[in-house]
Write a protein that binds this ligand. Structure first.
Ligand code: PEP
Ligand code: MN
Length: 340
């Protein structure tokens, strides 16, 4: 529930509310606005909410007590209205900072990661991506280099200074991946793997949760709540396209859904035009559209030789095409008032 303090309420009034919530064992989050201070409280059992709301509403300085009815609470704007900035290493994403995460689909070699990392950094990317563990539709497709891939990622960070985003596919990998990743990606196919969401949420590392390609915005946000309720609020959401009747593009970028999700949560949302379109020639226009629509960042696949990529070559930009796109992204970002 949300406790809205009256404009004339004092620090003592706020402390008294917090003390009462702590006594009852509820988690809380304070947002100090210009007019109102708002305290979000999580954890009241359904049956006790009404009574608690009544008790809190009579404390001095309390203006109003509003229940949160949605299944996602800790991540909702009702709980915390201010857009959050999430850091991947030293890279800021959200709250007015547009972060571009770039790199190959799969980690293939040390040289490939260093070469790509150096190129995307020079072009203005804030983080390097690459999968060591790959969720592939076919068991006969390249499955990723596993621990060796994590080693190459770490080497690329060492050389370029870029923080790393890499996917974790299974609870058994969380500890090992968390040692290397600056942000752990949970992929579309695992969006509702609740054990993985909980384990990643408890790992101490930021988590990027991709939208499942058959998940509604509500299901995506509710899955995100699993990570938050496991102790992690450094969460980035990623809209990566959903499955529709349309087959011209690999998936269908749901820009409207991204904007709707952004209205519901204060957490940053990045867009992934690479997986959404599946075609490198469509990536730039969809990337620019996402930034214009308010995305807090982008996830873009870049490969030094897309024709030789072991996965997702057709949707990967060359370093030169990525550098050109970054220039255009800067112009759109300026127009919508965010910094790259
Ligand atoms: C990826 O980022 O390479 C990936 C596998 O993405 P998704 O989970 O969105 O398919
Ligand atoms: Mn990919």
């Amino acid at each position: 529930m949300i406790i809205v303090m009256a404009p004339q309420s004092t620090e003592e009034h706020i402390e008294a509310v917090v003390e009462r919530l702590e006594q009852l064992g509820y988690e809380h989050h304070i947002s100090r606005g210009v007019q109102h201070t708002i305290i979000g409280a999580i954890g009241a059992p359904e049956g006790e909410k009404e009574m608690l709301a009544e008790q809190l509403s009579v404390l001095p300085g309390v203006d109003n007590v509003v229940p949160i009815l949605k299944p996602y609470k800790m991540i909702s704007r009702e709980h915390n209205p201010r857009p959050a900035t999430v850091f991947i290493g030293d890279a800021a994403i959200g709250g007015g900072h547009l972060g571009v995460i770039a790199g190959p689909c799969s980690v293939e070699s040390r040289e490939q990661m260093i070469q790509t990392g150096t190129a995307v950094k020079a072009a203005g990317a804030c983080a390097l991506r690459g999968g060591a563990y790959k969720p592939r539709t076919s068991p006969y497709s390249f499955q990723g280099l596993g621990p060796e891939g994590l080693e190459y990622l770490a080497a690329a960070r060492e050389t370029t200074g870029l923080p790393l985003v890499t996917e974790v596919m299974d609870v058994r990998q969380v500890e090992r991946v968390a040692e290397v990743a600056d942000c752990m990606q949970i992929g579309a196919r695992n969006m509702q793997n609740y054990d993985l969401l909980k384990e990643a949420g408890a790992s101490g590392k930021p988590v990027m949760l991709k939208r499942g390609f058959a998940a509604t915005v509500g299901e995506w946000l509710t899955a995100t709540e699993y990570i938050a309720s496991s102790g992690c609020l450094d969460i980035i959401l990623c809209e990566r396209g959903i499955r529709t009747f349309e087959t011209t593009t690999r998936f269908t970028m749901d820009i409207g859904g991204m904007v709707a999700a952004r209205r519901e949560t204060y957490l940053p949302i990045v867009a992934d035009p690479s997986h959404a379109t599946g075609l490198s020639s469509l990536v730039p226009a969809v990337a620019l559209a996402a930034v214009a629509a308010g995305a807090d960042g982008l996830l873009i696949e870049v490969h030094p030789r897309p024709d030789q990529a072991l996965s997702d070559g057709p949707q990967s930009l060359t370093p030169a095409a990525f550098a050109d796109l970054m220039k255009r992204i800067r112009r759109v970002a300026e127009a919508v008032g965010v910094e790259v």
